[in-house]
Ligand binder design. Sequence first.
Ligand code: BGC
Length: 696
Amino acid sequence: MDRRDFLKAAGAAAAIIGIPGTTLAGPSGLGDSEIEAKVAEVLGQMTLKEKVQQMSGWLMKDVLNAASIKGKRYTGYTPANSRLGVPALKCLDGPRGVGLFYKSTCFPVGAARGASWDPDLEERIGVAMGYETAAFEGNMLLAPCINILRHPSWGRAQETYGEDPHHMSLMGSANVRGIQKHVMACPKHFAVNNIDDSRFYVNAKVDERTLREIYLPHFKKCVEDGAASVMSAYNDLNGELCAHNDHLLRDILKGEWKFDGLVISDWVSAVEDTVEAANAGLDVEMPSPENFGSKLERAVKRGEVSEAVIDEAVTRILRQKFRFEVDSSNYDASMIAGTEHAGLAREAAHKSILLLKNEKSLLPLDANKIKKIALIGPFADVGNIGDKGSSRVTPPYTVTPLQGVTEKLGPGVEVIHDNGSSLSSAKKKAGESDAVILVVGLTAKEEKEGKDRLDLDLAEGQERLIKTVASANANSVVVLIGGSAITMGDWKDQVSAIVMSWYSGMEGGHALADVIFGDVNPSAKLPIAWPKSVSQLFEFDSKAKEVEIDQYHGYRYFDKNGLEPEFHFGFGLSYTEYEYANLRLDKKTMDKNGEIEARVDVTNAGKVAGEEIVQLYVGYNGSSVERVPRELKAFGKVALEPGQTRSVSLKVAAKDLAFYNVENGEWEVEEIDYFLWVGPSSNPDGLLAESFKVSG
Ligand code: BGC
């Protein structure tokens, strides 16, 4: 009997009894046993047709055109069953706030929030997004996006938190926990989705170790933290469509990880075959019943899909619907993009805006010494919030850099504006000002869902504008807007200060002014390695039918190949200086089931208070398998007054050092020597080093 037959006959039935494990009480307040009893009772009364209805997305065109449901519109919908008291599934996008149909809080994009390295903040953002989803009467937010950024060319780079699985695990799971205070979260896109031009057909060919160690750990962490749902990706993984991929969905997600939620498909033709998808463990087809619906009913009647498989899927759907059944009338609509959430969006932007260069301490600018300042460039007075695809959010307002600076400086300072379309005009205005803020970068024209960015440079005209303005005024600050690395070439040396503001959301202009004038000391660090040029990287073939993926990308790739990036993973400047000293470990030998604690003293050696993100990397000496030179295993943030020293503790569990042994399908912690480094970034030059052993 092959695996599929086995499942048909028996395996799926086990799931109906209930998989012990990951369900955590949801906002409905019902406990596990109450939910399971309710599910069993309802399921027992359902006809096949009713069950299949639960698994079949409702016609998207109805939702989009006519029919909003009682005046509300959803990105995806499966019907309620009023006879049995089953609520509808009402999904809204997406990872940076609630889209697409409503005015809601527009937070900085995922990449920006990744730069905050701040899971607590990310959890609070999740709570706010979940609240707004519930206030719009939705019960699932299609977030977070936790695909590893394998190459900065990915058009959806802005939606995800960065390139590292440990960092992604902590940021993504924090977002899930926050969202799920109110509604279901849906970590996406499962899995290895990182090219957009070819996303509907590309086959990601990934060896099992790389899959387990690099591309899946963050999904597992979200499942462990109770994610109610997971969205399967568009692409193929090792020759099998993700929505049909029983290794991914049944063996790993539902089997090994004991995921007890529902798997929903991605939206546009992500499913191709009724029987394959249902048997592989896809629970809901979105957004319309192309393959499920009546086709699925017929497949059951023909015996190609067993009723046990249907019952398993419906059990999962009902379980989460009951767990997340909330009364939306308890939600206050005035909270949506209200003062509190806007304040959170501003805080998030403060903590994500990243200082890349600051020669001669040009920043912060001293507002008292400025009589006239020029805001120049195509985005100086544009609310450029990023992608217009499924992650689009429509905020009630967006503060532009010009507005933020004008408001900050008040009537005593002359603020002039030039969109940079004429070099001579920009040059003149730069020359007559005390300082210049030059806002350049990208928009959804260059990078978005469905469009990769093959050229990582700025548009030529923008590079010329930077050089022209910098030659006219030495106090020029370049502000970059974008979702991932923007290569710099020779303009980098011609300016004193560079700020990466990402797509910073509706409060971005305020936050930028707060950082530039020193009300906020920047603390963000790069969640990606930033190349000097695209030629430093491996090829990104956005039209490829198949891509071979190994464990080397981002800083792992730079380190392996001895390449020097423009900016290292984890890098980011501040208005103060931090000194690291006295790295010590609580033990030299760690037990295989144990944990090691590293402590380091961090001193604020400058004149202003700040927050420093302290990073811990591990390397492997004498491993039986090929390991990356170093990888992030812990990080933390410490707040320091000028002159203050604090000891920072970072812990690593032995199990987090394991490799996935493909021979026996086990995670193996090796009894070898390990290197441990702590410092301000992944740059080996700035790291303090120690070593330890693991023994049985
Ligand atoms: C995207 C998903 C999104 C869905 C619904 C798809 O094209 O890949 O991320 O949630 O559309 O808008």
